[in-house]
Design a protein around this ligand. Sequence first.
Ligand SMILES: Nc1ncnc2c1ncn2[C@@H]1O[C@H](COP(=O)(O)OP(=O)(O)O)[C@@H](O)[C@H]1O
Ligand SMILES: [Mg+2]
Length: 164
Amino acid sequence: MMRESSPRPEEAAPARDIEIITRSPEQTEALGEKLAKYLKAGTVVALRGTLGTGKTCLAKGIARGLGVKETVTSPTYTIICEYEGTLPFYHIDAYRLSGDGEFEALGAGELLYGEGVTVIEWSERVPLSVPPEAWVIELSLLDEGGRKIRVRAADPALGRDMEL
Ligand SMILES: Nc1ncnc2c1ncn2[C@@H]1O[C@H](COP(=O)(O)OP(=O)(O)O)[C@@H](O)[C@H]1O
Ligand SMILES: [Mg+2]
């Protein structure tokens, strides 16, 4: 039986839930760059959203924010791309994976617990591999052409300077 006084994880680390509208690819990338300032070694960012919603674009911005100088391309075919920034940056695309088993077999699971920042596109395809403390970012298309980007993360400082 759960006691009233037992601290719940969400109380220990209050989740922030913010929603940003971007109106261009440049704004999506700029948002990624801003979010990167809050990422620490070992943070996993789970990107959800169908094809063309801007996941790779956001990941490019995150990479730039982490000081990655190399050109970041979509990892759809390579599955895992590794870059060197102020922290190691691992960019994974789960689109072509059959599920969590294949993700683990590729060694992707181990990266998540290393010293880098990991961004996973199509994270909904590998739900069991996404750590519970991961940031969750949901991207969706707006009728008028922009993107709605919802960010949930257990960082109380997040969201104070997200104006684009
Ligand atoms: N806010 C936005 N408004 C319009 N187009 C955008 C926006 N953000 C990203 N895009 C564009 O959407 C397209 C798909 O982006 P991409 O990052 O490849 O999507 P995904 O990785 O989710 O499939 C790209 O051409 C990108 O430049
Ligand atoms: Mg992509």
